[in-house]
Design a protein around this ligand. Structure first.
Ligand SMILES: O=P(O)(O)O[C@@H]1C[C@H](O)[C@@H](CO)O1
Length: 315
């Protein structure tokens, strides 16, 4: 587990504001929108104006991201025309499978809340369980299936805190208004409708990718895509009163064959001189995930930027 300071008191979290006040100009200090960059997606912050990067190591209570494709820094800047909308992005996130506690995983979201973030756009790379959501599709998430939450692994476990609701409803976790903004932004950009889908995100702990039986199980349970992050951040953001939008980039298909070919039949057919055609052995890799992130990062960036522009206009 993480060796990071586990003090999540509001005072400790808020002490980062004093540090940031010594680094950032006034206009960057109160971001309206937060962004979490998924695997290979740190370029989402590439075109921030007046961009200032603050390493997690110079702040209090942050972990270090150990996953390839995640940087350990916050990026502050402005997005959109005119004065621009002040924003903050996590260029890398923490995953429980890295050994981080769930408090560490959600800690940056709590810092964003103290900074005054109103809307958060959480991105991730995910595997598709639905043939209608091919590789490269951006999926606007409308719901989640979190087996770890259902089995006692939830970042909100712990003594009640007076500033938070004890029992958080999740029926409205994925802001309807922000989900509309996703599609309005895509329309303004003229993106083909096939670029964008809608679906349910299944959170698994990782770091293993799904076995075929697990993939079939998640698909049968109603999940559209699966990934190893995001849900803890969604819960913390919702608890903090931040409006949540999640965008998953489909980087691979989860290997979900309809059945298994009998190896007995395969061997018997071979021995009888009638060999069966070979079954392709497909495996997903993190390199493949990062490559799709690189290829599609630009579309994701333009979508996120346009959303922020629209959010700026609506105040
Ligand atoms: O941080 P995200 O959820 O984008 O990263 C995904 C899940 C694993 O961390 C990794 C697997 O390739 O990519």
């Amino acid at each position: 587990m993480s060796t990071v300071h586990e003090d999540t008191s509001l005072e400790f979290i808020a002490s980062n504001l004093d540090i940031l006040a010594t680094i950032l100009p006034e206009r960057l200090l109160k971001p309206q929108v937060g962004i979490v960059c998924g695997s290979g997606l740190s370029t989402l912050a590439a075109s921030f104006r007046e961009r200032i990067e603050v390493p997690y190591s110079s702040l209090k209570g942050f972990g270090i991201s150990t996953v390839h494709g995640h940087k350990s820094a916050l990026a502050f800047g402005l997005v959109g025309p005119g004065d621009g909308v002040p924003v903050v992005a996590m260029l890398g996130r923490f995953h429980a499978y890295e050994g981080h506690s769930l408090s560490t995983v959600v800690y940056p979201v709590r810092v964003m809340a103290r900074l005054g973030v109103k809307d958060i756009i959480i991105t991730n790379a995910a595997g598709s369980l639905d043939p209608a959501l091919p590789v490269g599709t951006i999926v606007s998430i409308r719901d989640h299936l979190a087996l770890p939450n259902l089995t006692g692994f939830n970042p909100l476990l712990g003594p009640a805190k007076p500033q938070y609701p004890r029992f958080l409803p999740l029926s409205t976790a994925y802001s309807h208004s922000l989900r509309r903004t996703v599609f309005l932004a895509a329309h303004e950009l003229g993106l083909p409708s096939s670029t964008l889908g809608e679906g349910t995100y299944a959170w698994v702990s990782g770091p293993t990718y799904e076995s075929p039986a697990e993939g079939r199980f998640l698909r049968a349970a109603g999940a559209s895509v699966v990934g190893m992050s995001t849900v803890p951040e969604v819960l913390a953001a919702k608890e903090e009163g931040i409006e949540v939008c999640v965008l998953s980039l489909v980087t691979n298909f989860v290997v979900v064959p309809d059945g298994y070919r009998s190896v007995r039949e395969e061997v018997e057919a071979e021995l009888a001189g009638r060999p069966l055609p070979p079954v392709p052995q497909v495996e997903v890799s993190h390199e493949e995930v990062l490559a799709i992130g690189k290829e599609k990062g630009e579309v994701m960036r333009s979508l996120v930027e346009k959303m922020i522009e629209l959010l700026g206009k609506s105040g």
